[in-house]
Design a protein around this ligand. Sequence first.
Ligand code: NAD
Length: 356
Amino acid sequence: MKKNVLVLPGDGIGQEVVEPAISVMDVAAKQEGCEIIVTQGLVGGVAIDETGSPLPAETLKLAKAADAVLLGGVGGPKWDDLPMASRPEKGLLGLRQGLGLFANLRPALLSAPLASASSLKPDLVADLDILIIRELTGGIYFGEPRGIETRDNERVGFNTMVYSEHEIERIARVGFELASKRNKRLCSVDKANVLEVSQLWREVVNSIAGDYPDVELSHMYVDNAAMQLVRAPKQFDVIVTTNMFGDILSDVAAMLTGSLGMLPSASLAASGVGLYEPVHGTAPDIAGKDIANPLATILSVGMMFRYSLDIPAAANNIDKAVAEVLAEGYRTADIAGPKDDVVGCRTMGELVIERL
Ligand code: NAD
């Protein structure tokens, strides 16, 4: 079996964290009888420097032809003064748009040895394993009309939260399907007590629940969901929600785990092509020093095996290898306590490969 993966290291620590992730990907694939053909491409600041564009046409073409895309990160102070339309972040937005990535998957996982890194009490978060699914291409961030205009002699700003039935149904189905492969509980988060768009959201989610009889569906208002995430996060299995609510709740969930360096993500299209990337940015403050934590990117490779390459055994092996390395006490600087063994980015990657 052969699979094509486009790797876009991007900027800053993106360049460093994808290297061990590629090695892990290669080993994990071979163990399951798969060969990964890696192509590298340009995105973000490095693409601006080399081609003048944050997303060269060639990169989008390669991404569309690949089975999956692995991205490091984009941006940095060098490009901060460029006009909005030509900044590195436009490369990432262009990829999301070009590939039709409508579902953003953000797991919040916390292995017991790292529980003390959380701002919550360790027993509330030890062994946390929840998945937040955020709708990524609709809702208030894209709705029209939008703008700032003068009405009755004062300026008024406005945006539109809009969802059509088909947009709600396709993201809800992602939620049901992933919940059915996990602990079979799906919580749909909305604001149906105030917003009509949420009332439709809830109606559509309810209307397809019958197709997934093994999944227990619940609904929660977003304000309560934010509260419950910090009160008792382990009550959740899978959460599905809109673009804006998901943006906020996934960051809340991220902080439950204490470290940005540990959090993977996936963005999926209807076609199955997915973009996999760590949640963190390019960390210019530590770039080039071999101290970045590569585990978020390595765990993103695990998600790639699970959701795009359809080799779940490789995903499980990667998750297990990472858990073992952590259980043995190895830490990069960002997750280290005073008594821990601190290792660099490359060494952390090698340790994961040894455990594989
Ligand atoms: P950041 O996530 O890059 O860094 C925040 C803090 O976390 C820094 O102190 C950094 O050193 C630390 N950190 C992040 N990842 C780490 C890792 N793997 N290991 C150890 N420490 C880590 O966020 P920022 O500082 O707000 O942004 C820096 C640049 O990254 C900006 O140009 C921003 O636009 C860009 N950015 C890109 C993405 C993306 O490509 N998806 C996401 C967020 C920010």
